[in-house]
Design a protein around this ligand. Sequence first.
Ligand code: FAD
Length: 470
Amino acid sequence: ARSLVWLRNDLRLADNPALAAALDAGAVVLVFVLDPAAQWGGAALWWLHRSLAALGQDCAARGAKLVLRRGDSVAIIPELAASIGATTVHAGRAHEPWLRQVDRDVAAALKARGIGFERHRSALMFGAEQIRTKSDGVYGVYTPFSRACFEAFAPRAAIAAPKRIPGIADVASDALEDWHLLPRAPDWAGGLRDTWQPGEAGAQERLAHFLRDGLDDYDRRRNLPGETGTSMLSPHLHWGEIAIDAVWRAADAVVTKRPDGKHTFLKELIWREFAAYLLWHNETLDEVPMKDQFAAMPWRDAPDDLRAWQRGVTGIPIVDAGMRQLWRTGWMHNRVRMITASFLVKHLLIPWQAGEAWFWDCLVDADAASNAASWQWVAGCGADAAPYFRIFNPVLQGEKFDPDGAYVRRFVPELARLPDRALHAPWDAPEAVLRSAGVTLGKTYPRPVIDLKAGRERALAAFKTIGKSA
Ligand code: FAD
């Protein structure tokens, strides 16, 4: 029998249950559809190009072609399946709302042609409907959810990448270059190229490196943005270049000196799972606050402040370092994501949706679930969120988590010569200290766009107006 394997967020050959099931049945065609409904951002499209290029080579090395098509999946998939004489289409299960809708429509169209549609657990540990509270409800709080995951999750045994993929000749494909996914003028992707190796081999390398050098001390180092204390697996996981099962299995199998590093890491993988679960049960997570009184929040429409934040010129060093890391590398350290997001929604009182949209465009790991859930969490309107009135002080955060200033100095080089004690709040430093470090506020580095104390008070006053949770 012939099958069509429709790859989406599972751009890999190893540990790919959809591919394995199709190969069991006979010849396969692998296809990726660039569907405009996905609305990927610029950094994600850069990643996608590189990832598809790597996957195409991996397929070719096994005698198969990765077929690329652009357009409406609901039209393309049934048509292609019929044209190759496929009896079944295999795919990973989706949790993004747009893709779930596409899947419903594709399933109906395939059924009308007498073609099967089998979806496999691939991107996540569980199907979102599987995890229920004891009273058969939906979890709204992370800790009991994570406990349920720890109890129930048994990662699938490894599935090796196939040595050969018996294909079907002469299936037409677009040329990847014709999709023009890479930026041309200006080419903003230099820092992305220096930082990442998209594709399955790059993902395996990151994992191996992290298991060797990072896992043991992960709980201690994960909050220090100046170090490489985290796995940097997020874009690889997002695109499914490595299976969640494979990451879990490998981390769990490492014998560590202390259990805390490993346990904390597995818990982070469950945060990803929780975000997907929240999105499954709240399809408007990226737009509508889960706590509905936040709809009445008196947000500011402040395009100049938003632009200063986006460009990393707010005059708050740790915020600017984070926003510049994002622009340059397509990624930002989690601690700094929290600091920059909090600064936007609290000190600047700008709607979290504006920050969510910027991250969506700039992150190589931009993920409908994790991005929306995290923004809602920081803004105080999400499931299990940090209360709005708990406002990060970015200076104290900088001093605590970037104590030697390595992070700020890397991304805000115009402050590099300041002594540590002046680095996170240059506006408080004596004129002589600034001068000897070559810093002139308002000239070589901006003055703060907002007085931190005033911003904090304005945020608290705004929050008071919206009343308690329903
Ligand atoms: P590690 O610390 O090595 O963690 C391992 C994996 O666990 C990550 O790769 C990721 O898949 C998962 N993970 C870790 N923390 C979280 C978390 N808080 N929520 C969900 N999953 C998590 N993550 C995304 O993948 N895509 C996003 O679009 C995204 N947007 C975010 C926006 C904001 C405002 C915030 C505060 C966080 C966001 N995160 C997002 C979560 C987190 O910051 C990143 O997953 C993490 O920084 C990735 O780095 P890492 O791979 O080194 O993580």
